[in-house]
Design a protein around this ligand. Structure first.
Ligand code: CAO
Length: 446
């Protein structure tokens, strides 16, 4: 077996692109054409595949490294001499005597992160197309589609043998954003409701995004938007455009609950676990979801999927952007355990160490700005969920008890809900019930 160097080949105009994914590790047996790493510029991501089959000996790049044409990706123990058919080098770089310099052809997956407004060309979209087979796409494209919530079965692949590229996924997202189409689920629902597809209603007809040379008006600085922010932006944009949101505001009297929380923390000082208001909110929301199951549901065509599990997402603010870790089976856990898990997950989120599994499967999400401030806000629903609870900072307020104003600690609640599934009366009832539980937590036991 000969050791060969796999280098970054000619990748067009892209220089100093960032390695965002390592798709193989030392010891892996890989096939020819298998993707090795994903690199990303501010405009596109590319998979660098191997031109040879063999055993990965050593990875020569790390996440976050900047690479360019000719950068060494890895050393490969090539399988069989046939695999070493000479091909022109990717870049004029020196190679060691015992190594063979092998170029690789990148799979360019341009997913332009801008211009999400209506465009006449929607190349990646096959409206209503449903393939019976598993769609043909690489792991990173699948991951990208999952992150955007794009159903791969509806995407038409433009690559060889119908392979779906990141560009196709991006094209699909553009199509949905522009209103030119909807997902199959949404189409089915639309047909069910009105007997017509969205094309009857046309696109959003929005103006193009303003192109302004800001430097004409004063000094500016340009910064790359972090990857997580770009992904969450695309998700938030889709959710905002596709879900008819309504937000109900209410207040909960948490005077007694806060006193209990403070006392509990005092008693448990030595345990190292701090009970947070958010943990109580998670428990209270589970009780409300049990009473109002439509809030723990998802739309699937003409059907509503009612979840019989209680996985609760919570928004976590991190240096890289917003992340939503998930507490699983919150109905089966106590407030202490939820507090412990939440602080572990929040720490992982801040360190960028959350696994996809720790961010998936939520049936309902809570977004708490209680530690920061504010009064009320309108949280955006985390699709495919149908409701989200926002909470802000509690404060002492004079509350009329029938005889006099008494000081009570009031927590502002903001419940956003999907009007396709939930009605205003149900949302008002949900908030009232939630406030009752928070006002007297013994109700959780009822
Ligand atoms: N009212 C008053 N005080 C509150 C409160 C509330 N509703 N909620 C929390 N607090 C207090 C806590 O008791 C704590 O006080 P002490 O330090 O004196 O004990 C302080 O605020 C800080 O709390 P925290 O934010 O660290 O903890 P948390 O459990 O409330 O929240 C987490 C954890 C991860 C949700 C939070 O750190 C966070 O990231 N919040 C932002 C979420 C977000 O960005 N949402 C917006 C999404 S839409 O863009």
């Amino acid at each position: 077996m000969a050791t060969i160097e796999i280098k970054v080949p000619d990748i067009g105009d892209f220089a100093d692109v960032t390695v965002i994914e390592l798709m193989v590790k030392p010891g892996d047996a890989i096939k020819a054409e298998q993707s090795l790493i994903t690199v990303e510029s501010d405009k596109a991501s590319m998979e660098i595949p191997s031109s040879h089959a063999g055993l990965v000996k050593e990875i020569k790049v790390a996440l976050g490294d900047k690479v360019r044409e000719g950068s060494l990706v890895l050393l490969l123990e090539a399988e069989g001499s046939a695999a070493l058919a000479p091909t022109p080098p990717a870049a004029p770089t020196a190679s060691s005597e015992k190594s063979t310099n092998v170029p690789v052809a990148p799979v360019l997956q341009a997913h332009t992160a801008t211009d999400l407004v209506a465009t006449p060309e929607l190349p990646g979209h096959a409206p209503g197309a449903m393939s019976a087979d598993l769609p043909h796409a690489s792991p990173s494209v699948r991951k990208f589609a999952r992150e955007l919530g794009v159903p791969l079965k509806e995407v038409r692949g433009s690559g060889p043998k119908g392979r779906i590229t990141a560009e196709d996924v991006q094209g699909f997202t553009r199509a949905v954003m522009s209103g030119a189409t909807q997902t199959i689920a949404a189409q089915a629902q639309n047909k069910g409701a009105s007997g017509a597809t969205v094309s009857d209603g046309g696109g959003l007809g929005l103006l193009a995004w303003p192109q302004v040379d800001f430097s004409k008006f004063g000094p500016i600085e340009r910064r790359d938007r972090p990857r997580i922010k770009k992904i969450s932006a695309a998700n938030l944009h889709r959710n905002w455009v596709m879900i008819p949101h309504v937000t109900n505001h209410d207040d909960a009297d948490i005077t007694d609950l806060e006193a209990f929380r403070v006392a509990t923390n005092k008693e448990n000082e030595k345990s190292g676990v701090k009970v947070t208001m958010l943990a109580f909110l998670i428990k209270a929301c589970v009780a409300a979801l049990k009473k109002f199951p439509d809030f723990n549901a998802s739309i699937d065509g003409d059907q509503l999927v009612l979840k019989q599990y209680y996985h609760m997402g919570f928004a976590a603010d991190t240096p890289n952007g917003l992340m939503v870790p998930v507490i699983r089976d919150a109905d089966q856990k106590g407030v202490l355990q939820i507090s412990r898990e939440m602080s572990e997950l929040a720490l992982k989120a801040r360190e960028g160490k959350l696994s996809p599994g720790e961010m998936s499967g939520a049936g309902f999400t809570i977004s708490s700005l209680g530690g920061i401030g504010g009064r009320y806000f309108t949280p955006i629903i985390n699709a495919p969920e149908v409701a989200i609870l926002g909470v802000c900072k509690s404060r002492m307020e004079p509350v009329w008890d029938g005889k006099a104003f008494v000081p009570r600690l009031m927590l502002p609640l903001s419940l956003s809900w999907d009007h396709r599934v939930i009605d205003g009366a149900a949302a008002a009832r949900f908030n009232v019930y939630l406030a009752q539980i928070l006002g007297d937590f013994r109700r959780v036991l009822l």
